[in-house]
Design a binder for this molecule. Structure first.
Ligand code: UD1
Length: 338
């Protein structure tokens, strides 16, 4: 038995590969390395003791993807991470995002159908809920009109998967991530943003290490206790473990429906200032930051109702915000140690 992890050299993908291997599951990674580095394969090997098979492949190429599946009859499940993920870039280059994220998904699903592979785990996002009316947000909350082409690709992808499942033997689990941060305890894998980070955690660590001058806190006039926006930050290793559980659920025929959706968060909201305070406390670093205006498209607050994942998957996020911020810092320090 072997699991295909697309995007397996990326941030969440690489942590998931390690967790799968540590459960004795064999992994094959496919990645086009557009937003990750081949050195991640060695880093994975040095953590788990197993070198995952790796193929450089662009899944938006229909022929190459079809050929890949024909060559790999041993694959019995797919965890699909490979996608572009920068919200701002997706607004500037919508066609690139629709092409990369949707065409590759379609090619993977076709390859699975043609080769009778039935288990599919999809990397989705809490962005599908927009600003929910009720918090914590459950999987039953209405899907909102997407704020960005990136967010729209996640919504459309879920629909493509659900329609394909209705018409075939495929089974699917969509995992809706809240805000993944942090890094592996070995500090050998972590988030590697290209250029200037858009997300909060890598911007914090890069500012503290001196790569960026100052963190801009986007707005302190929100209707929250300290005025800064609230998100449900989840440690990437907790998130990775949920993928192992999801794939086991499929393989062991434990699914209640052929398409299932799970929120992956901690169930606890933290404000931007709470993240900064946690970082300063755990690392003893003083962070240079200033308050600026709100960022267009940002929502006020969101955190997950995780009870469905807790009960059905038997999975619960365990790591605290302090563990997240400290591990992100150790990773940043390790990246810059030479
Ligand atoms: C964003 C995306 C989401 C995507 C996720 C991970 C939107 C609306 N959502 O989530 O779809 O899945 O990234 O890639 O874009 N912040 C600052 N200063 C910064 C950076 C961020 O104050 O330099 C604040 C933001 O305003 C926000 C919080 O930190 O309140 C988290 O921001 P970020 O890490 O970018 O994640 P989201 O915007 O929640």
């Amino acid at each position: 038995m072997r699991i295909l992890v697309t995007g397996g050299t990326g941030y969440i993908g690489s942590h998931t590969v390690v967790e799968l291997q540590q459960k004795g599951i064999e992994v094959i990674i496919v990645d086009n390395l557009s937003n990750s580095n081949i050195t991640v394969v060695e880093a994975i090997e040095s953590i788990s003791g197993f070198r995952p098979e790796f193929e450089k492949l662009d899944l938006s190429d229909a022929q190459l993807t079809a050929d890949f599946f024909k060559r790999h009859a041993e694959i019995n499940s797919v965890i699909h991470f490979a996608a572009s993920k920068a919200v701002g870039e997706s607004v500037e280059k919508p066609l690139m995002y629709y092409h990369n994220n949707l065409v590759s998904l379609i090619n993977v699903l076709k390859g699975m159908n043609e080769n009778h592979i039935h288990n599919f785990v999809f990397s989705s996002s809490c962005t599908v809920y927009g600003q929910p009316e009720e918090l914590p947000v459950t999987e039953k909350a209405p899907i909102q009109i997407a704020e960005s082409p990136y967010g729209n690709t996640k919504q459309i992808s879920e629909e493509i998967i659900s329609d394909t499942i209705k018409a075939s033997d495929l089974k699917g689990i969509a995992l809706r991530y809240f805000n993944p941060i942090g890094a592996h305890s070995s500090a050998k894998i972590g988030e590697l943003p290209l250029g200037i980070p858009n997300n909060l955690m890598p911007f914090i660590t890069q500012t503290a290490i001196g790569k960026r001058e100052c963190l801009s806190v986007f707005g302190d006039d929100y209707d929250t206790p300290d005025g800064t926006a609230i998100r449900d930050y989840i440690h990437v290793v907790d998130l990775a473990k949920a993928h192992v559980v999801a794939v086991e659920r499929m393989i062991n025929n434990k699914m209640k429906l052929n398409m299932e959706y799970f929120n992956l968060g901690t169930g606890k909201g933290s404000s931007v200032m709470e993240v900064i305070n946690s970082f300063e406390k755990t690392t003893a670093e003083k962070l240079n930051y200033k308050i600026v205006g709100r960022r267009t498209g940002d929502i006020l607050k969101v955190w997950a109702d995780t009870s469905f994942a807790n009960i059905e998957l038997g999975w619960k996020a365990e790591k605290t915000l302090d563990e997240m911020t400290l591990s992100a810092w150790k990773w940043e320090q390790n990246l810059n140690k030479d």
